[in-house]
Ligand binder design. Structure first.
Ligand SMILES: Cc1ncc(COP(=O)(O)O)c(C=O)c1O
Length: 385
């Protein structure tokens, strides 16, 4: 296994790989068998069985994902939401409280607001850029501080090093959704977070053709999450795991191209007369630019914008682009464009959306790996309409 201390390009290709692979294969095969022979006295969680996340293809994928985030261990899940929910179900008990960033992905937000009461959890949403408010929000029951590296869709970047330090000081488990940044742009575990997770549906898979999630951290914490997942049943099947491992190998190349495309598109849009605002942490006008530049190795492939023509112009833009594809989700090789108020954040109460700046005219772009000039030409023609 080639993992330790290498550059992310090399780790993405070689991390977790077996040398030689089974039967001498250079590419780890799909072990479709659900059951395996086993020795007497095997403990329940060690039985090789796909739902128990313990079969050869799964163990290979776990090693690869762990290498990618520089973690001791990793666990693949059947979706990003399975990663979020299983992580929280493993780290919170009835009566516990968590601090959570106030601009979470809509699905995570809705999970907390709709299910916490039944689970006996309490939560407080905090501004990840106002550390002076965190101590007051913390209670004696607080166990977890949950944040995202780059928020969706306003692409805010919290004071991540201060959050990790606050968690350590206060004895809280710090958990971060690193989906938007990817390990190419931010290394949560090296920055002091205890657990990180991804919707691997996005950049890690990278081709808009699979749904998966993953959780990375210390061997002890990940094992705790695996046992919970074993009970709740959200394991990843080996076929999808194969596609995910294949996608991971080109992660660094894709994300670097997406970083560059997003920066170029953000600069173009910021200078366009039809555009009222561009949100991208790589622009000096972004409120988090200064600390994002210190924390991140790249500003990511996501940006959002508002047009002077309001909601009608936003909808017209979605209809006028020819290269960018109007669809939800993100992180694939093709540029995607959507209006969060009617898609990703449609489940959120309108007043909560507005408070976070997710107005009905906001447009979100997930930059792909197309040639920069083609992408800019597409937005240029669409905005000229
Ligand atoms: C930041 C973030 N976290 C988690 C999720 C949930 O992932 P999935 O759709 O794979 O369940 C998403 C999905 O859009 C996301 O954007």
């Amino acid at each position: 296994m080639h993992t330790e201390g290498g550059s992310i390009e090399t780790v993405a290709v070689h991390g977790g790989e077996r040398r030689p692979g089974p039967e001498g294969s250079a590419v780890f095969p799909i072990y479709q068998s659900t059951v395996y022979s086993m020795g007497p006295g095997t403990a329940y969680h060690d039985i090789p069985y796909i739902r128990l996340n313990s079969t050869p293809s799964q163990r290979y994928l776990h090693d690869k994902l762990a290498a990618l985030e520089g973690a001791e261990a990793a666990l693949a899940t059947s979706s990003g939401m399975a990663a979020v929910t299983t992580t929280l179900l493993s780290t919170l008990r009835a009566g516990d409280h968590l601090l959570a960033g106030d601009s979470l992905y809509g699905g995570t937000h809705d999970f907390l607001t709709e299910h916490s009461e039944d689970l006996g959890w309490r939560y407080t949403f905090v501004d990840v850029n106002r550390p002076e408010t965190w101590a007051a929000a913390r209670t004696r029951q607080t166990k977890v501080f949950l944040v995202e590296t780059i928020t969706n869709p306003m692409v805010r970047v919290g004071l991540l090093d201060e959050i990790a330090a606050f968690g350590r000081r206060e004895g809280l488990l710090t958990v971060i959704d690193n989906t938007f940044a990817t390990p190419v742009n931010f290394r949560p575990l090296a920055a002091g977070f205890d657990l990180c997770f991804h919707s691997a549906t996005k950049y890690l898979g990278g081709h808009s053709d699979l749904v998966a999630g993953c959780v990375m951290g210390s061997a002890g914490l990940v094992e705790r999450v695996r046992r919970t997942l074993n009970h709740f049943g959200g394991s990843l099947d080996p076929h999808t795991g194969f596609l995910l491992a294949r996608g991971v190998k080109t992660l660094a190349l894709r994300v670097r191209a997406q970083n560059e495309n997003a920066l170029a598109l953000a600069r173009f849009l910021a200078g366009h007369p039809a555009v009222a605002a561009v949100h991208y942490p790589g622009l000096p006008s972004h409120p988090d630019h200064a600390h994002a530049a210190k924390l991140l190795s790249g500003f990511g492939g996501m940006l959002s914008l508002r047009l002077r023509g309001g909601e009608g112009a936003a909808e017209a833009l979605l209809g006028a682009v020819q290269l960018a594809y109007p669809a939800v989700s993100l992180g694939g090789v093709e540029t995607l464009i959507t209006r969060p108020a009617t898609s990703t954040h449609a489940g959120m109460r309108p007043e909560n959306r507005e408070r976070l700046g997710i107005t009905s005219d906001l447009v979100r772009v997930s930059c792909g790996i197309e040639a920069q000039q083609d992408l800019i030409a597409d937005f240029s023609q669409a905005l000229a309409n």
